[in-house]
Every structure is written in C-alpha cells, then in structure tokens.
Design a protein around this ligand. Structure first.
Ligand SMILES: [Zn+2]
Length: 276
C-alpha cells in the first residue's frame, strides 16, 4: 500500500508528497473552504487528501487549481469535482479537452493500479489568461500563467504572505523532468522570473519541497540540454544522432533518465525553428 506523506508549509498550507515521485498535491485552508492544487495520481491518494483536509477544516474542498493538463495531475480531479470547482488556464482546458482520453490511455498503461478505467475527464470550468486572484476569507491566492513553459497552459499559485509558490511541473526536484509538452525557452524564462521573486518555499510538481535554489538547478538543466543540442542543429545532424549521443553527466544520478530524450527533442525542434 502506498502511503501519503504530508508536509506543513505554513499555517493551513500543506502538501502531500506523492509516493514514487509522482504528482504532489497542495492543500490551502481558508475560512471559505479548502482549495487544492491538482489531484494526486490515484483515487486512494485523493481520498487520503480529502481525509487529511477534513482534519484541518470543517469546510469541504471547494476549489481545485489545475496546474496543467497531464494525466498524473488531472485524471483524479473527478474525486474532488463535483462539488469542487476546477480553475485553470484557458489552454489547460482546451488541451485537456483534446488530449484527456490520450492521457487516460497513456497513464492506464503505465499505472494500471491507479483506477483510470473509471475516471471522468474533468475540465476546468473557470479559466483565465494571464493572472487571477482569489480572495477567500482573509487569504489572497494569486494564480499566474508564465506563458508556454512546461506545457501551454501552466499555472503557478502564490501565497505572497507566506512567500510560498506552488510551481508544479515547472520544477522536478532532483528528477529528470517530463518535457514531452514543453517549451524549453519559455520554461527557462519562467524559472528565471520565479528565481527573481521573494520566495521562501517552492513546491515542485514532483519530488520533495524546495526553495529558490532548486529553481536554478532546473533552469541549469534545461540550459545544459539546449547547449548540448545546439551543435547538432547548427551542423545539420539529425535528431536521432543527438538522442543517441547526448549524455548530461552532472545529472547522471537523477532518476528517470529516459526522459532526457523528450527535452532533447523539444530543444532540437525549437532551435531548428530559430535557425530557419
Ligand atoms: Zn507531473
């Protein structure tokens, strides 16, 4: 049985750190009700989040901020919603509408234990484009879309008083990132913008709680991928050669090394488009 592990970040702000380095889920308690960022990847973990939230507040989970459309973060939204309302970037909704079934099939193959055969694809019903602020009781919760980065429709959540940012999959902490829907240049820029902010606690989409330092580590990883790919694009070498040859030695100890291929592919496509 996989155990949910919860960390308190500030008064009324807790994160479930997922087993197996899968998607984390943050809980924000307000006097109006509870808000979460994303849903965990299994129904059982989502129910553990509901049970944990119930101990923090008599009020139910009323809002879920969806950080992006990938299945590990969205397929169990149906455990929270209804009754909770799902809030997300406009492109998160549109992309999930197009790819929800693909995500379901993909994750069903990879995680047959997660119960994806019975989920209902659940879309954001409140969307925004650049920024959105939720005033819930005495909390102001800020949502920010950094532009296309980890995906087209990323959302970062800020609690400015607590200097907390839930950056979701803009940060994989000590793990190779999933870049299959990524925009490497935009992702690097988003991490730079976040690094310049007054933040104490940074909640990654995957891995343990971090700080601004780890934003720089992720940024350096993406810069290293792009630097490694550039000579192949400039020299007209095919993508397959880059995939076969590029090794990022400083990150050799990070798990999920097979994901490097996605980052190489995305960087190659972007750099090739720049050359044209
Ligand atoms: Zn993820």
């Amino acid at each position: 049985m996989e155990e949910a592990h919860f960390v308190e970040l500030a008064e009324g702000v807790h994160t479930m750190i997922s087993p197996r380095r899968l998607s984390n889920c943050t809980i924000v308690v307000t006097s109006e009700g509870v808000l979460t960022v994303d849903a965990p990847y299994t129904r059982q973990l989502a129910e553990a989040v509901i049970a944990y939230a119930r101990r923090l507040s008599p009020r139910p989970i009323r809002w879920v901020v969806s950080s992006h459309h990938h299945g590990d973060h969205t397929l169990q939204l149906c455990v929270f919603s209804p009754p909770a309302q799902v809030i997300g970037h406009v492109r998160n909704r549109e992309v999930l509408l197009d790819t929800g079934e693909y995500e379901r099939q993909r994750f069903m193959r990879n995680y047959p234990e997660a119960g994806y055969d019975t989920v209902t694809i659940t879309l954001p019903t409140l969307t925004y484009t650049d920024r959105l602020t939720l005033h819930l009781g005495d909390r102001a919760i800020h949502l920010w879309h950094p532009g296309p980065a980890h995906t087209e429709g990323d959302t970062v959540l800020f609690l400015p008083e607590q200097r907390v940012a839930v950056v979701a999959d803009l940060l994989f902490n000590g793990i190779h990132p999933v870049a299959r829907s990524g925009y490497i240049a935009g992702w690097i820029a988003a991490l730079s913008a976040l690094q310049a902010m007054d933040l104490e606690t940074v909640v990654p989409g995957h891995g343990p709680i971090a700080s601004r330092h780890e934003l720089g580590v992720m940024r350096n990883y993406l810069l290293a991928v792009r630097d490694a790919v550039r000579p192949y694009v400039r020299g007209g070498a095919p993508l397959e050669q880059a995939l076969g040859e590029i090794r990022l030695e400083p990150y050799a100890a990070w798990p999920d090394a097979e994901r490097l291929g996605w980052a190489i592919e995305r960087a190659y496509a972007e750099l090739a488009a720049d050359e044209r």
